[in-house]
Design a binder for this molecule. Structure first.
Ligand SMILES: Cc1ncc(COP(=O)(O)O)c(C=O)c1O
Ligand SMILES: [Zn+2]
Length: 424
């Protein structure tokens, strides 16, 4: 056993590995995820509510006991986590619900929740002695990796989809990553193909934000759940709404609540609610159609404004489906129009500017309230996962541009009426 990690176990073949062997992928090449198994009995000895409460919440490393790496000196941090849980009263009123909170993950260092996982992943890479990392991503995870790698002095080779928004590419290039937009040819994900090849042929450390190619990063989002529980004063909400692409975030959030349940710190689990876009809903379909979690049907031609959720194959869908089944959760697909509406409502009622993928969770809540799956008295937490400035093109398409006027009060009043419909 290393620190409190007993072993890692492949989610497909069950093969066990020890952390000291520096495992990353299963030797059986079966696309299983090496799930980390902790020694809860040993942790229970000291990891109490009191112990947790005494430590200040400055960043997610407050929870170092429940995260890799094993040595504190290997932590690579930019101050991720410790995001606010905001009581959203205006939005709640608009939705006709009593208790709504937003977990504002847009405030992470590179402006998405992916910082949590990449902080963990790069810390482990440092502990394992890697100098070069490779990744496949729609943009946010790669940008996060690039930032943490920069901090650690590690090189990054990033393969992103051709349609990735410039905000994300700009971040990557500026952090010093070698970025490639990869054309999609055939059924195989072209970015994953190159990540895999550079891992196998050149020994680069694979650091995407999904489990089968990196089991460590998935531990980062667990801290979202630890923080929610603490910020709600050790209460558990009825529902947590989670936007889903690869389902790694969902898996991490589930694991976080499970950790706390195993440790006896909470006595129930929230229902988890997964949200995808109608333009790419393979995970939601798999759940609704009771597909085999290990053989989820990939989506043929993903197309949505929520690029972050465009994974045609939900890599961690097996665990994601279990998360929904065991928490009596649910899932829904939402239209791009509803995602845009959610973006606007978040900004206009709560002052939070999210990108489409970041606002999808709220769109899911809108549907679930409408059809009665979530009650008006339920306590709901919605994860807001990425910042609106990541995607300036979408914002311009939706919000348009500002009118240009002369410094003249009459012209101001005239254009105010025309453009914004306001008479003074
Ligand atoms: C802003 C944002 N939200 C949510 C997700 C979905 O996370 P996951 O792929 O782990 O399901 C992503 C993934 O890229 C994202 O960028
Ligand atoms: Zn295996």
């Amino acid at each position: 056993m290393t620190k409190h990690i007993m072993y890692l176990q492949c989610s497909r073949c069950g093969k066990k590995y020890y952390y000291d062997e520096k495992p990353i992928t299963c030797v059986n090449n079966d696309l299983g995820r090496l799930d980390i198994v902790y020694d809860y009995e040993a942790l229970k000895e000291f990891y109490t509510r009191d112990y947790v409460t005494k430590k200040p919440l400055i960043n997610q490393w407050k929870y170092f006991d429940l995260l890799p790496p094993t040595k504190e000196e290997n932590i690579v941090t930019l101050g991720e986590g410790a995001t606010p849980l905001i009581r959203a009263n205006r939005l709640a009123e608009k939705l006709g619900i009593r208790k709504l909170w937003l977990k504002d993950e847009t405030r992470n260092p590179t402006a998405s929740f992916k910082d949590r996982g990449m902080s963990v992943s790069v810390s482990v890479a440092k502990e394992f002695g890697f100098k070069r990392a490779t990744t496949a991503s729609s943009g946010n995870a790669a940008a996060a990796l690039a930032a943490y790698a920069a901090k650690a002095g590690m090189e990054v080779y990033a393969f992103v989809i051709e349609q990735a928004g410039y905000g994300k590419i700009a971040q990557l290039l500026f952090y010093g990553a070698r970025v490639f937009k990869v054309r999609g040819l055939g059924r195989e994900d072209p970015t994953v193909k190159l990540m895999k090849l550079t891992y196998e042929k050149f020994g680069f450390y694979p650091s995407p934000s999904f489990g089968p190619f990196n089991p460590y990063q998935i531990e980062g989002p667990k801290a979202i759940s630890y923080e929610i529980v603490e910020q709600m004063n050790w209460e558990v909400p009825d529902w947590v709404f989670v936007p889903v692409g690869a389902a790694s975030l969902l898996t991490g959030v589930w694991k976080g609540f499970r950790d706390y349940r195993e440790l006896g710190l909470i006595d129930r689990m929230p229902h988890l609610f997964a949200v995808q876009s109608k333009g790419n809903p393979p995970f939601v379909r798999a759940f609704k159609e009771s597909q085999d979690p290990h053989n989820i049907k990939p989506w043929d031609k993903p197309h949505t404004i929520a690029w972050g959720l465009e994974d045609p194959y939900p890599w961690d869908g097996d665990a994601g489906i279990m998360a929904l089944r065991t928490t009596n959760g649910d899932a829904e697909e939402v239209s791009d129009d509803l995602i845009l509406k959610a973006m606007k409502w978040l900004a206009q009622y709560e002052g939070i500017f999210a990108e489409p993928s970041g606002a999808a969770g709220l769109a899911g809540l809108m549907v679930a309230l409408e059809d009665g799956r979530v009650g008006r008295d339920d306590e709901v937490v919605v994860l807001v996962t990425g910042h609106g400035l990541k995607d300036p093109d979408i914002v311009k398409e939706t919000a348009g541009d500002a009118p240009i006027i002369n410094p003249d009060l009459n012209e101001f009043k005239e254009v105010l009426g025309k453009r914004y419909g306001i008479q003074l």
